[in-house]
Design a protein around this ligand. Structure first.
Ligand code: ADP
Ligand code: 6PG
Length: 265
């Protein structure tokens, strides 16, 4: 594909017809697809480009999200020809919104959602419930179980959204190593991280409300230890988003950024 070309795949009854078009023509073509148009209910439109610049130019100047709502046009799974076996880890401290955003992202992208909390042994949850931070020894077996689960999904070519605190770089390295082709941190892994940034006062407020509503085992008293542990190494190039925004906007931002970063590479 040429660097300036957009590939459009029109999928109907499971039949894909990939075509290449210059940006301007692609935009013009996609613009005639109005929301509610009867063709949208039976046909999906996928715009893919190996050039992120080209993709963002085309998508930003047409009402792509409106089109997407009708045609589920930007789902990762519809990009299956180029995106196979990938994991998007929504990371951050407790209360940053990992479960909320991870669920919505997976739904929007039509792929599976896993919550790392569901992989903790009861002993870990009991410890946290009592207000005791987990130790390195508590976390290692848990991360290893997660790593194995992700490895199976990557090998099967599945796309997964995982909500996981992944606070330290060495924890993330364990998750990255679930990509069988990942050797060193110098190379890309099919496991990508998105950090949800939320100010401490907002986090405390969210955790207090969540506890009062009896929705979660994690006490607000553990927030400080979580923040102390959070380690972000600029060299990892982790995508960071303002997670105080409306969840729908966060999800849209994450999807757009991942597409622009070419999550398949
Ligand atoms: N973007 C957001 N705006 C407002 N409230 C949010 C947002 N994201 C999450 N919440 C709320 O904050 C609380 C913590 O969110 P949750 O998804 O459970 O975080 P985590 O999984 O990181 O602990 C929940 O009550 C949730 O409804
Ligand atoms: O490594 C850890 O200390 C835990 O994984 C922790 O980071 C996580 O935050 C808790 O499991 C609470 O779950 P939530 O993050 O969903 O509140």
């Amino acid at each position: 594909m040429s660097a300036d070309g957009l590939m459009l795949a029109f999928s109907k009854n499971e039949v894909c017809i990939p075509i290449k078009l210059p940006c301007r023509q692609a935009k013009a073509l996609l613009n005639v697809w109005e929301p509610g148009c009867s063709r949208c209910s039976t046909t999906s439109v996928v715009a893919l480009s190996r050039s992120p610049r080209c993709f963002s130019r085309a998508t930003s100047s047409m009402n792509y999200s409106r089109l997407g709502a009708q045609c589920s046009s930007k789902s990762f799974s519809e990009m299956a020809p180029v995106v196979q076996g990938a994991v998007i880890v929504i990371m951050g401290v407790s209360g940053s919104g990992k479960t909320t955003i991870g669920n919505l992202l997976a739904e929007a992208a039509n792929c599976a959602f896993l919550d790392a909390d569901d992989f903790h042994p009861d002993s870990n949850k009991e410890k946290m419930r009592k207000g005791i931070p987990l130790s390195e020894e508590d976390r290692m077996p848990w991360l290893q179980v997660l790593c194995n689960a992700l490895k199976n999904r990557i090998t099967d070519g599945e796309i997964t959204v995982l909500a996981c605190s992944a606070l330290r770089k060495n924890y993330r390295e364990i998750l990255r190593s679930s990509d069988p082709s990942y050797v060193t941190e110098k190379q890309g892994s099919r496991v990508k991280f998105v950090l949800l940034n939320v100010p401490v006062e907002v986090l405390a407020d969210r955790l207090n409300k969540r506890l009062t509503n009896g929705e979660h085992f994690m006490p607000p008293s553990l927030l400080q230890s979580q923040l102390q542990l959070l380690e972000i190494d600029a060299s990892e190039g982790i995508l960071q988003v303002d997670a105080t925004l409306n969840p729908a906007i966060i999800v849209e931002t994450v999807r757009d950024s991942l597409v622009q970063r070419n999550i398949e590479s």
